[in-house]
Every structure is written in C-alpha cells, then in structure tokens.
Design a binder for this molecule. Structure first.
Ligand SMILES: [Zn+2]
Length: 427
C-alpha cells in the first residue's frame, strides 16, 4: 500500500508543474476511456446513454463532450445501487461514504481501497503545495463522524501528526484544546473557524499561532475570511470539494481563485447545459477521472463558478484557476421568527424533475418557488419541492410552488434566492 501511495504521490506532485497542454491531452484521453468503461461496465450509464441514443464512439473531439448526458444526484438516487456500480464490484467489499443530510437526501458513494488512497494523496498534495511539511502538527477541527479510531504506522513515527478538536464543543473549549495541541496547521470547516475567530475577537488575543489554516465545507464571504485571517494572523487557504469526489479545487499562496486538479477531474461550467467561455459564470459539472467502482461522469454539482482560466499562477502550478461564486448573487431568507436561512442549504436542484429554480420571499411567512421543469418532471416534483422547502423554513410559512417556462436572469447572474423583504425589516 505504501509503495503504491508513494509512487502515485510523486506522479501527482510532478503533475502540478507539467505543461498544461500535455495535462489536457491526458485528461481528454482519460475522459474518453472512462465513458467507454462506464458504457460497457456500469448498467446505469449503459441504460442512460442508450435512452438518449449516445454512444462513446461519438467522442471525436472535446466539443463532443456535450453529447454525453449530464447526471444529477437524484438520478443516482432513483437507480438500484448495484446498477450504479461497475461490474465485478460488490458494495460489501468497497468503502462507503455518505453525503450529509444537510445537502439534501443522502447519497451513498462507494470507492475502492485504491480510490480512497488516491483521494488522500490529492488532499495531501494540496496541503504540501501550500507549505505544510511532514512533521507539522495539525489540528483537525471536526465532528465525531470523521475521527478515525486508529493511527497509521507513519503517525506513530512522528509523520503527519494530527490531533482532533471537536466542532460540537463550545468555542472556549475548542480554543483550550487548540492551545494544548499548539498546531502549525489547522484544518477545519469554514463555519467552525468563523465561530472561533469571533470568540478570539471577544477575548482580545489568539491562544495559538498556526502557520497555515485550511478551510473547507462552505464558501466563505469576504468579511468572514478577513475575520479569520485577522484573528489567527494567517492568510487562510480554502479547499473546495464534495463527498462524491473528494477535494477537487483549492487555493494556493496567491489566494486568487481555485486551482482545479485537472489531472484527476474534468471541469465544465455550463449554463442551460451549454458550456460557457473561460472566465464566464456557469454551473459546475464534474467528471471524476479516478473513480472506477462508481463512476461520476458529467455530474452537475450545481455550484456557480467561472469557467477555469489558464493564466499562469506565481505559485508555479500550471493547473487553471476558477472562481467560486455560489451564494454571491443570492439573498438570505428569513423565517417568521426572523432567523436567517442560508441560500446554500436548499437542494431544490437535486430534486427529480427540477431543471432550474428560483425562490422569491414575499414576506416572512410567504415564499414563492418557481420551477423550470426538467426531463423527469411529473406530478410528484412540485410536492417534493414544497416538502423540502417547508423542512428548511419550518412551519408557518406559506410555500407556493409553480412550474414556469423560463427563469429570468438578472444582469447575467443566476439568482436562485431573492428576498423582497425591505432591508429595514430584517434584524
Ligand atoms: Zn497558484
């Protein structure tokens, strides 16, 4: 295992500085090979591609990528698990991961032991490229679920030392634990770091002096990012990923955009299924090029990004950079008790039959949800949307769902959440 890990790691590390054209050529070859593999080995893809009349032979150039149907989480959820797995793979012998309930109904993901190591190596590559060393003490601010109950041999030898701080503890307790650990590196959910930075600001001094802070999980707004940087005395680096894929894009010392790991994923930004030009906004569509047990091909993640730009970064990495824009154009919603609801919580786009959506809050107790019907839209779609929105907003809010023919854009932005409550009325 270690030999596989080491040789793969050095290959991944070399990729960071290889010519972009060379990497893109390999990316395209890997993509084609994966589509062929999925067509002949994964019943889910065979059925889907046959249904729309697509055959992998049609992939002659990059422009043909659009011919491969997009998939969404809901499509997987509607399919028998065994049909989502490649032939020869048995769910009992694979590692299981589960998307969290907070991002909608959970989806089970299955990876081979080698895939799992590969994910870890991609993660480590990001940390090392940002200056972490093998001996740096890390504090991982995490919920219980992610704490492993064993230590690797190399950790017992003093490499990659890691201690956990529980995010569910009070900010005071977390800071006391951090002080004991005295970490050089902190890795944490973004929201946990915001709470800790708030606490440090109240205290007037920071009990630790990490050299590096990595955040992940939720996109930070610039005020929260500034708060963390100021209170911890760092310039944090954010990592973008999801349970389905692992870490997929990340910030470097430049902290300008997110490098996309094009040796492991194929990224697209699309509007209405069509790719947008470099630098323009679209919804993120990802193909995981390194997962063979349960392939994800043209998986619509739904976050709004700019299509990767290929300008050279001063950190030396040749991977293009994209910007994450999710939430930027969206308003907050408010419950009748005036508590704020993040637009990121809603997973309306993952509901079967929904192509696009828009929510308009007319009053604290009145919300309109417009749905642009997708291919699988039927009589169950609107009630399902209504149920999900009610779950998030709580009782006492009138949820009006309706199917519409178009969803207007405002100044070219896809605003999914619009609040018509006057600013003065919000607390
Ligand atoms: Zn860079």
């Amino acid at each position: 295992m270690y030999l596989f890990g080491l040789s793969t790691y050095f290959r991944l590390k070399r990729n960071l500085r290889r010519p972009l054209e060379e990497l893109k050529r390999e990316q395209w070859e890997s993509f084609k090979a994966l589509v062929y593999y999925a067509y002949y080995n994964v019943p889910f893809y065979r059925k889907l591609y046959d249904q729309v009349g697509f055959h992998p032979q049609e992939l002659k150039s990059r422009d043909d990528i659009q011919k491969v149907p997009l998939i969404r989480k809901a499509l997987f959820q509607d399919t028998e698990l065994q049909d989502c797995l490649a032939l020869g793979h048995d769910a009992d012998k694979l590692r299981k991961k589960k998307t969290s309930g907070s991002s909608g109904s959970p989806l089970e993901i299955f990876v081979t032991p080698d895939d799992r190591i590969y994910r870890t190596l991609i993660h480590l590559r990001i940390l090392f490229h940002n200056g972490m060393t093998l001996r740096d003490q890390m504090a991982h601010i995490s919920d219980d679920r992610h704490v492993p109950d064993f230590r690797y041999t190399f950790q017992n030898l003093g490499f990659l030392p890691k201690e956990f701080v529980y995010a569910a503890d009070s900010p005071e307790d977390q800071l006391a634990n951090l002080k004991k650990i005295d970490p050089a590196v902190i890795y944490s959910y973004s929201s946990s770091m915001v709470l800790l930075a708030d606490e440090i600001k109240k205290l007037g001094s920071c009990p630790v002096s990490p050299r590096l802070v990595f955040t992940t999980g939720e996109l930070l707004n610039s005020a929260d990012r500034d708060l963390i940087n100021e209170q911890f005395g760092v310039q944090l680096r954010d990592i973008y990923g999801c349970v389905e894929m692992g870490d997929i894009a990340w910030q470097c010392s430049e902290v300008a955009g997110y490098h996309v790991s094009i040796d492991s994923f194929l990224f697209e930004a699309a509007q209405d299924g069509q790719p947008v030009e470099s630098g323009e906004e679209g919804r993120l569509v990802i193909t995981n090029l390194h997962s063979k047990a349960m392939p994800f091909i043209r998986y619509e993640v739904g976050d709004v990004v700019t299509a990767p730009e290929e300008d050279l970064c001063s950190c030396g990495c040749t991977f293009p950079r994209m910007k994450m824009l999710q939430g930027r154009a969206d308003d907050w919603l408010y419950r009748p008790d005036r508590t704020k609801v993040s637009p990121l919580i809603f997973v309306v786009a993952s509901i079967r039959g929904v192509r696009q959506y828009r929510m308009i809050q007319k009053a604290f107790d009145h919300l309109i949800v417009e749905i642009l019907p997708g291919k699988y839209f039927d009589e169950a779609t609107l009630p399902e949307v209504s149920k999900h929105v009610t779950e998030v907003m709580g009782d006492g809010v009138k949820i009006e769902t309706k199917a519409v023919e178009t969803i207007p854009q405002q100044a070219g932005k896809m605003r999914r959440v619009i609040s018509e409550i006057p600013k003065d009325n919000k607390l």
